[in-house]
Write a protein that binds this ligand. Structure first.
Ligand code: THU
Length: 157
């Protein structure tokens, strides 16, 4: 028998410790929460993706009366990014959220499993790590790659 252990490297930083482009991504992700359509959960999520063509693409969760038809912020951003700029590679993604009280969430928001899986495909297409920035009210987590958020990911069949 062999025991395997997977560890996830997370760096906790303040806003001031981010690079200027990362600060911009955080601001745009926060702004994007105001374009969320979340009349059912009242949980507003925004995402901002930096592409290697210099563009930044944002997304926000879009809900629907038929609940499963809705889409998370991360997937709305990554699908739009690739639909708009199919040749561009992803560099970094920031995710921010406001809770049901309308205020930014205290702890960094974590993408759901489906979004991790979707983002992983674009990291694979990019051929390099895509930095993941998870934004809370005061603390911010930086993960070195999408893969690090989804150990044992499904990738081939
Ligand atoms: N949601 C996101 O957009 N991203 C996440 O990382 C977690 C959850 C959305 C889905 C739904 O509209 C609402 O937040 C509540 O789950």
């Amino acid at each position: 028998m062999k025991k395997l252990e997977i560890t996830v490297p997370i760096t906790e930083v303040s806003f001031e410790e981010l690079t200027p482009i990362q600060q911009r991504l955080v601001e745009l992700a926060r702004e994007a929460t105001y374009r969320s359509y979340a009349p059912y959960s009242h949980f507003c999520v925004g995402a901002a993706i930096e592409l290697d063509n210099g563009e930044i693409v944002t997304g926000a969760n879009q809900e629907n009366a038929a609940y499963p038809s809705g889409t998370c912020a991360e997937r709305s951003a990554c699908y739009y990014a690739h639909a708009r700029y199919p040749e561009a590679k992803f560099l970094q993604i920031a995710v921010a959220a406001r809770g049901t009280d309308g205020e930014p969430v205290a702890d960094p928001v974590a993408p759901c499993g489906a979004c991790r899986q979707a983002l992983l495909e674009y990291e694979t297409l990019a051929g390099h790590d895509v930095t993941v920035i998870l934004v809370g009210r005061e603390k911010i987590y930086i993960l070195p790659s999408v893969r690090s958020t989804l150990p044992l990911a499904f990738s081939e069949f």
